[in-house]
Design a protein around this ligand. Structure first.
Ligand code: SF4
Length: 350
């Protein structure tokens, strides 16, 4: 992992050797306190460790103090353009603010920095391809990694000139290659923690693929101290995907579910079983490999490194552990029995 400064966001530490932190963002109107609290708690129950909220008016900023009474994860206030809203969000109890300092004017930034120092909260500098300064856009003939780096550098220097170093960086572009290149550049140049993500990643299908590519590439380079998978729609869907990506690099402990693509040999209803077991496994942060295979002919052999698995036949399935057949199950009992066996294995290893 990359050596960085360590930044505290409420009771969560970002950077250096600390585990990569999973973040998400609510899509409720922040001033709708009950909906926002519910969504934050749902996200936290799924595994989000920090949640960001948009603050687009005074009501949103003021709502933070009430929301905080009902949630346990640190909250990040996302501010655009108004330093007064940033100040209000900080006073209201935000644990971190996310701003694009260039949008706020030097007087505004000075006041924000003073307030953050007072409250000991960090600032995330968020540079997005969509809001790149006009002069940099013209200088580099468009949104390039170099242009995003220069914008980031300008913003970092602005905060450093004010003797503020409690900073997290994030650069996001819609173009995946630009995002990767720009993140590599800032990782090379600065020792602040980096939040990685892909902006406007898209829907669950396209967005998952694009995010996995970008986040996977950066994680493989050792870049990324916090992570968000941004998808259009319900943010609850983002958390399992973030966990999956992290677990591929051994950066998060979670069960792995493998299942075969099925073929003409499959003689039972496998897909609903896979879906239900996947959802069941999502609640654990424990390493176990579970296999659900389409046939008993090849299934146990193809999945012999799985800790436990089932392979279906006509109206029944066999249960196997590390490729060794343990017993036969009627089709109607596959889900219940498999869940029971998984729980037993988790208990045994705790
Ligand atoms: S495990 Fe069996 S059903 Fe699944 S793909 Fe392989 S041969 Fe086909």
């Amino acid at each position: 992992m990359r050596k960085t400064k360590e930044i505290s966001v409420g009771n969560v530490i970002i950077g250096n050797n600390y585990p990569i932190v999973i973040q998400s963002m609510t899509n409720t109107k922040t001033s709708d306190i009950s909906s926002t609290v519910k969504q934050i708690n749902d996200l936290a129950n799924l595994g989000a460790q920090i949640v960001r909220l948009s603050v687009s008016d005074e009501k949103d900023a003021l709502a933070i103090s009430e929301i905080k009474k009902h949630v346990h994860v640190p909250l990040v206030a996302d501010i655009h353009f108004s330093y007064k809203l940033a100040l209000l969000a900080i006073t209201s109890g935000a644990d971190k603010i996310r701003i694009n300092p260039g949008n706020l004017g030097i007087e505004g930034i000075t006041q924000i920095v003073q307030k953050c120092k007072e409250k000991k909260i960090p600032i995330r500098i968020g540079i997005n391809s969509g809001s790149l300064e006009k002069e940099l856009y013209e200088k580099y003939h468009g949104v390039t990694a170099q242009a995003l780096l220069e914008s980031m550098e300008k913003h970092i220097r602005l905060l450093e000139t004010l003797d503020f170093h409690d900073i997290v960086l994030s650069i996001k572009a819609t173009n995946i290659k630009t995002t990767i290149e720009a993140n590599r550049m800032i990782a090379e140049k600065f020792n602040y923690p980096i939040h990685i993500g892909l902006t406007e990643a898209g829907t669950i299908n396209g967005g998952t693929i694009r995010s996995s590519y970008v986040l996977g590439t950066l994680l493989n380079d050792g870049i990324g101290d916090t992570i968000r998978v941004s998808l259009t729609g319900n943010p609850l869907k983002e958390i399992p995907i973030a966990k999956e990506i992290l677990s591929m690099f051994d950066l998060y402990q979670k069960p792995t579910l493998i299942s075969c693509p099925t073929c003409g040999r499959t003689a039972y209803h496998m897909e609903p079983i896979v879906n239900e077991i996947e959802e069941f496994l999502n609640q654990f942060n424990f390493r176990i490999k579970v296999a659900i295979m389409g046939c008993a002919v090849n299934g146990p052999g193809e999945a012999k490194d799985a800790d436990i698995g089932v392979a279906g036949g006509k109206g029944e399935a066999i249960l196997f552990k590390k490729g060794k057949i343990i017993k036969k199950l009627p089709e109607s009992e596959i889900i219940t029995e498999l869940k029971k066996e998984i729980l037993k294995m988790i208990d045994m290893n705790n």
